[in-house]
Design a protein around this ligand. Sequence first.
Ligand SMILES: Nc1nc2c(ncn2[C@@H]2O[C@H](COP(=O)(O)OP(=O)(O)OP(=O)(O)O)[C@@H](O)[C@H]2O)c(=O)[nH]1
Length: 293
Amino acid sequence: MKAGFVALVGRPNVGKSTLLNHLVGQKISITSRRPQTTRHRICGIKTTEEGQIVFVDTPGIHASQKRAMNRYLNRAAVSALLDVDLIIWIIDRPNWLREDDLVLERIKSAGVPVVLVINKVDRLEDKAVLLPFLEEAAARHSFADLVPVSALKGVNLDVLERKIIALLPEGEPIFPEDQITDKPERFFAAEVIREKLLRSLSQEVPHALTVEIEQFKIEGGLTRINAVIWVEREGQKAIIIGHGGEVLKKVGERARHELEHLLDSKVYLELWVKVKKGWSDDERALHSLGYVE
Ligand SMILES: Nc1nc2c(ncn2[C@@H]2O[C@H](COP(=O)(O)OP(=O)(O)OP(=O)(O)O)[C@@H](O)[C@H]2O)c(=O)[nH]1
């Protein structure tokens, strides 16, 4: 058997969480069209007959270190590289941006094999650009492999999985075979609510919000969840609530629906929106809201 930890890294929005969900075959990490959707290090576990891969999804590595939240996201991403056996570095089509150099720098210092995954090839108009790009990339770093995929459409993911297993050390499974993540259910409750908010709101507000679960109680066939959506300003609170409470109601309905499926239970969900000024640029507030490495 093979077993080991595999970090999924890359710039924001390249498709790390989408790839994780498809490889594990379950929704582990929330996704959206917005950069910086993933804020936590999340393990997704895939056990096959050949071995066990423990994927570690990470926040996107980005250049800005201005706000406390940005520094936290970079720290969480970079610290995930310390204890892994393999790094999967994901880029968005054959585009090498300045921020990719920053990611490569971090990756090199980890000193473990790296597989370069070129994602979103379904959106490539001219596939002929792939080959010269692969050659150019191979000249920049000695990659263990280079694999073009579409995480969203599931293209070439079986090939990628086989290559990952082949590169892992020999070993017994690290987690029980039926376990698919290391995070508790209440963590997913907060993430599902945040995803529905990200998908319902326009620009700006999403980065200013976080979700805290105040109560998560299982009573027979019912799960009671009370959550607070923290924002930075009164104006943002008004946007999230929406005219006549419409936005919040829709978010609540979508979240409840998905949570009932996820928890296999009826869910009673209560959402509150509250203002905590400047929480995302305040190290102590971040810590108390669960942004702890
Ligand atoms: N067309 C296409 N879109 C994709 C593919 N993979 C991911 N996407 C889309 O790209 C967007 C970002 O995907 P995520 O998985 O949230 O990206 P991420 O790298 O985890 O993002 P961060 O959390 O910001 O670091 C979403 O809208 C996905 O649906 C792909 O293979 N093809």
